[in-house]
Write a protein that binds this ligand. Structure first.
Ligand code: GRF
Length: 189
């Protein structure tokens, strides 16, 4: 299905959410690119296998965030991309991209924000001994997982849950919730 709205996924790791998004044909936009900050990330192979264009960069080769974000911005504008979906992108977005794509950058996070922001949210929840966690989709601002929340889904933590079993349930929810939220948001935009 071809849409006039074009989007990029930003990811740094394995890319299961990237796959979930490109495999859903009915999210109201076309995912045309992957932006990745880790030249060795396995998500890059997934994008290539599906013929999705990639913009891969190494942040260590730049003096500051604004330098690589300016290059990303040029790339996105040339590709006529207007929506950015972060899915395991392990960097804060700076003013260069936030100003250009205001209100059009989303992120998915494996906790019920504002609980357990930042790295290893699943480990944080297990260490805290809480009996529930979840998944949040939110708009991105300059903070660490602090932007306005769009949707959340609760997941109970069982006494015998391991990190692997909890992560599996969280990812099942993520792979359903992210496309649903995007579809609804783009329908209303
Ligand atoms: C997901 O749990 C997402 O919520 C978080 O990073 C993880 C990325 O996983 N922001 P994957 O690379 O999509 O498998």
């Amino acid at each position: 299905m071809t849409h006039n709205k074009r989007a990029a996924v930003f990811a740094s790791g394995t890319g299961s959410n990237f796959l979930a998004l490109i495999n859903r044909v009915d999210i109201g936009c076309e995912i045309v690119s992957l932006v990745c900050d880790r030249p060795d990330a396995t998500v890059i192979d997934k994008a290539k296998a599906f013929g999705i264009d990639t913009f891969v960069f190494n942040p260590k080769l730049y003096n500051e965030k604004s330098a690589y974000e300016s290059e990303i911005k040029r790339y996105l504008l040339t590709a006529r991309i207007e929506w950015l979906f972060l899915a395991g992108y392990m960097r804060l977005i700076g003013p260069t991209l936030l100003n250009e794509f205001e209100g059009k950058i989303l992120n998915i996070h494996p906790s019920l924000l504002p609980a357990f922001p930042g790295k290893d949210a699943i480990g944080q929840a297990l260490d805290a001994g809480v009996n529930e966690t979840g998944v949040t989709v939110h708009f991105v601002d300059e903070g660490m997982d602090t932007g306005p929340i769009i949707a959340q889904e609760r997941i109970l933590i069982n006494k015998d849950d391991t990190r692997a079993s909890l992560q599996e349930r969280i990812q099942q929810v993520e792979h359903r919730l992210y496309p649903e939220v995007i579809k609804q948001l783009l329908m209303d935009s």
